[in-house]
Design a protein. Structure first.
Lengths: 60, 354
């Protein structure tokens, strides 16, 4: 999951969330599904999703 | 009366049922009118509500407090979550993968909003359908981050605490065990969640979805649970739409632990649906008893309504199977697979209190 935050003209924030599922399923540290896989070797208690990758920019 | 009411007079001018060409939640089109969302490429968008009931930097109250009437600034955060760029969709019509994405966004927003010092409760919800009073049709939900624990959740917390003190067990864990054993009110279940019409349903087609594991919040879930939650949400949403062959209106609310730093181990994560329809054409109104006394009158039996919904439960087909598994249509949406629920609800017309 990727998160990109912008600031609107009136000062409010807006966050775009995008997902690259194919990449996620190949990257065991970035997605909940992979956390599920980790659970199988961890007594069924996987770690929740990793923190999203975040960027921030100003919109003018 | 011991409860806060937000006055937000600027909301009177908010956008009301605009034509599809002027939907403020659609992505801005090249050369088109500027919407709330200035770019077209995204899966889900979260933004601060243009017409918030609560704000991180609220103005001073418009009236002065008195000893009888305390007032305080409308501190908090109100966010809008746009589920998809597609205006004509609904959460029910979205693929289960999109619901899975939404759950991960919910989790991220819960985590982020709970970090505000002033936020004591993060409330995620969706109002769907004109029968509920929605002003925009584009599929979306909302989040209110309150500076206090709202009264309905506070009541649940009290009851959960009382049950824990009395039995040393979780109230909802006990309810789930009872529902699964009985089966008549169960609508669907998978490895991680159970969906059921509660014994104490206030709306005819009220459904609760509770985690099988004793969790307090979205942030406690593992990846498998996130997927299973997406699957059972899809199952219930589709069953709702098929029930009367229409896009079913509802309020959907997530009940999680407060974020004020307290100990809420006795609480149990769940989602509640309150649909306003009691038939295809008739609404359940919140009339005198419900609004004035707080006591709901339900004209139906939970067992019968659960059986109606169960008849519309269908397998959920993932396009993206879990790593190491083949496609698993039918994995979720099973109707009480371990111990098929009985179809024999009690006959109608009975009264009583629950």
């Amino acid at each position: 999951m990727q998160r990109r935050q912008i600031t609107l003209e009136d000062g409010r924030y807006l966050i775009f969330y995008t997902f690259e599922e194919a990449a996620a399923s190949a990257s065991p540290d970035t997605d909940g599904d992979d956390a599920a896989g980790a659970a199988e070797s961890n007594g069924g208690h996987a770690e929740p999703d990793a923190e999203p990758q975040a960027t921030e920019e100003k919109r003018v | 009366m011991g409860e806060w009411v937000a006055t937000a007079t600027h909301r009177q001018t908010r956008t009301f049922l605009p034509p599809a060409d002027f939907c403020p939640l659609c992505p801005t089109k090249p050369g088109g009118f500027p919407t709330e969302i200035p770019e077209p490429i995204y899966d889900i968008v979260a933004f601060e509500n243009r017409f918030p009931s609560l704000q991180p930097a609220p103005p001073a109250p418009a009236v002065e407090a008195t000893q009888l009437y305390p007032v305080r600034p409308g501190l908090g955060v109100c966010e809008v979550l746009v589920y998809t760029p597609h205006h004509d969709s609904t959460l029910a019509r979205e693929p289960v993968e999109q619901i899975h994405k939404l759950i991960r966004v919910w989790t991220d927003r819960f985590r982020a909003l709970s970090e505000h010092e002033f936020v004591e409760y993060v409330f995620i919800f969706e109002n769907k359908g004109e029968a509920i009073g929605v002003t925009l049709h584009h599929p979306h939900g909302q989040i209110y981050a309150y500076p206090f624990i709202p009264p309905r959740v506070a009541r649940e917390l009290e009851q959960s605490r009382a049950h824990k003190d009395e039995t040393n067990r979780c109230l909802l864990c006990d309810i789930l065990a009872g529902e699964q054993k009985d089966g008549r009110r169960v609508v669907a279940a998978n490895d991680s969640f159970v969906a059921y019409v509660p014994f104490f349903a206030r709306y005819p087609y009220e459904v609760h979805i509770a985690s099988a594991r004793h969790l307090q919040a979205l942030t406690d879930m593992n990846g498998a649970e996130q997927r299973d939650l997406a699957a059972i949400l899809k199952t219930i949403l589709v069953a709702y739409d098929k029930l009367f062959d229409l896009s079913f209106p509802y309020m959907m609310v997530l009940h999680q632990r407060p974020t004020d730093g307290g100990d809420y181990d006795h609480y149990h994560f769940h989602i509640e649906f309150y649909p306003p329809l009691r038939t295809a054409t008739k609404l359940k109104y919140l009339a005198g008893s419900e609004s004035g006394a707080g006591m709901f009158i339900n004209d139906t039996l939970a067992e019968e309504k659960a059986a109606e919904l169960r008849a519309h439960v269908q397998p959920v087909a993932w396009q993206t199977p879990r790593a190491g598994e083949p496609g698993e249509p039918g994995k979720s949406g099973k109707s009480g697979e371990s111990g098929e629920p009985s179809e024999s609800g009690e006959p109608g017309g009975k009264g009583g209190g629950r």
